[in-house]
Design a protein around this ligand. Structure first.
Ligand code: AMP
Ligand code: ZN
Length: 471
């Protein structure tokens, strides 16, 4: 069996066949930078990261674009409330977002285009112009430009919606008098007072782009008319991704996306975690409570992406103990392998080969991470049993460790490398000089000083070795 994914468009599991293997073009809707992203958003980004890393582990070369929505109602409202220019206001949240990606070990995308980049504003205007010329868009009484849904019969296919449900009723028609039809969405919003000084010139007057056209423009500008994979959370399916399909396909005349993958929500007590509901945590909130990015990554990744995941602190505690179990196992393997470095010839690789095959095959199957982690813990149990009985050879241990490192390229669960404070490093240097001068008393004193700072120094034949003191 090769790689297969559940495609939201067909609602079926389909074999994965990118246009130009080994290249994979992937677009992922990024954050709206008006606030710190919450950990529900990060469930989507961690799922996309696992997807990219697994494809890479299988030899694909993934080009991934993630946009930054830095102009919309929310960013404009936020910048006005903060009395800051829009770009300064969004910049702080862009920087925070990049920090959070690092903490959660999410690989940076190949490009992070921002909607306000003049290159992409020009592209949006160009696309809207094409849609106008082809009759897919019109200017309404309010001077805004709308997409004419009646011209695109495929609208609703991704969300499996019955378009009749979107037909205007009398009441709604009154509220939305300026549009031809209630479902028509804005491509270009004419400037109004609430926009302050946020506006660009266009052939239809000053205004700003609608959210949906931002993604169509950035995706097609950077990846071309057709994408292999487009991802997001399920809340993006309608209307956002439906609108992206309509705009892009009516402009380019080509099928926009081959595989649509959507992750289910991170929930809190039965409700979607969302800014608007006020039931959210940011990554910073959790770091301040003593959790690590690695632990949250584990908690977010460990449930299959199409299943809702309920956020609890018990879940984080379970992630912590699962990681401790992995660390302890990897340490035991490393101890055995290192003790006999160089004697690794005759490995009985059966265990390692089965481990790798089972793990990768589980992820091939629509990223079935719970089965994959099941295989990981089964291998841990089995090799720990062999270690307890002195039946694992150093060669086996070495082989298992190498397999783990390969598999971990998709998981990124390795322990944090503790940053050593400059003060401790200076003391280590001072101690080195004291030892060279055979001043043992001073060497011991410095060791105590280092211990007081929470670090332990050991003298080995290769010099001093530093580690964090175990509490
Ligand atoms: P937004 O900043 O609201 O546009 O959302 C950015 C990304 O996070 C989108 O792909 C959303 O679908 C996703 N998202 C938002 N809330 C959640 C949640 N509670 N669980 C999972 N994904 C979410
Ligand atoms: Zn988008």
């Amino acid at each position: 069996m090769g790689i297969q994914f559940f495609n939201t468009y067909s609602r079926e599991i389909e074999p994965f066949e990118p246009m130009n293997p080994p290249r994979v073009k992937m677009y992922t809707c990024g954050p709206t930078v008006y606030n710190h992203a919450h950990i529900g958003n990060f469930r989507a980004y961690v799922f996309e990261d696992l997807l990219q890393r697994h494809l890479e582990a299988r030899g694909f070369e993934v080009e991934r674009v993630m946009n930054l929505t830095d102009v919309d109602d929310k960013t404009i409202r936020g910048s006005r409330a903060a009395q800051q220019p829009l770009d300064a206001f969004t910049q702080q949240y862009k920087s925070a977002f990049f920090d959070d990606l690092k903490t959660l070990r999410i690989k940076p995308a190949s490009a992070f285009p921002a909607a306000t980049d003049p290159r992409f504003i020009a592209r949006m205007i160009e696309m809207i112009d094409t849609l106008m010329q082809r009759g897919f868009a019109y200017q309404a009484d309010d001077k805004s430009i709308y997409f004419r849904l009646s011209k695109f019969p495929d609208y609703g296919k991704l969300a499996h919606l019955n378009l009749d449900e979107l037909r205007p009723t009398g009441r709604i028609r009154n509220d939305e008098y300026e549009k031809e039809s209630i479902g028509d969405f804005a491509l270009w919003k004419a400037w109004d007072e609430a926009d302050g000084d946020v506006a660009w010139d266009s052939p239809w007057g000053r205004g700003r782009p609608g959210w949906h056209i931002e993604c169509s423009a950035m995706a097609t500008a950077l990846l071309g008319p057709q994408l292999d994979i487009h991802c997001g959370g399920v809340d993006n399916i309608f209307p956002h991704h439906e609108a992206e399909i309509a705009q892009s396909e009516c402009c380019t005349g080509e099928k926009f996306v081959r595989y649509w993958l959507h992750c289910a929500h991170l929930m809190v007590e039965g409700q979607k975690m969302a800014k608007s509901l006020g039931n959210f945590f940011t990554l910073r909130d959790l770091l301040n409570k003593g959790w690590t990015g690695r632990e949250l990554r584990y908690a977010l990744i460990s449930v299959n992406y199409r299943l809702p995941l309920n956020f609890t602190f018990d879940g984080l505690a379970a992630a912590r103990s699962a990681l401790q179990r992995i660390d302890e196992w990897a340490r035991r393997l490393a101890d055995l392998a290192n003790l006999h470095a160089g004697e690794w010839s005759a490995a009985n690789s059966e265990l390692a080969i089965k481990f790798a095959n089972d793990f990768l095959a589980a992820l091939d199957d629509d990223l079935n991470i719970s089965a994959a982690l099941g295989h990981l813990f089964e291998s841990i149990r089995e090799s720990n049993r062999l270690l307890d009985q002195n039946q694992l050879t150093p060669a086996d241990a070495h082989e298992l460790l190498e397999t783990w490192q390969r598999i971990n390229s998709a998981l990124a669960f390795e322990p944090d490398v503790a940053a050593i404070p400059a003060e401790v490093l200076a003391l280590v240097e001072e101690r080195k000089a004291a030892r060279a001068a055979k001043d043992w008393k001073k060497s011991d004193e410095i060791r105590d000083q280092i211990a007081a700072l929470g670090w332990e120094v050991k003298d080995t034949k290769d010099g001093q070795k530093l580690s964090r003191k175990q509490s």
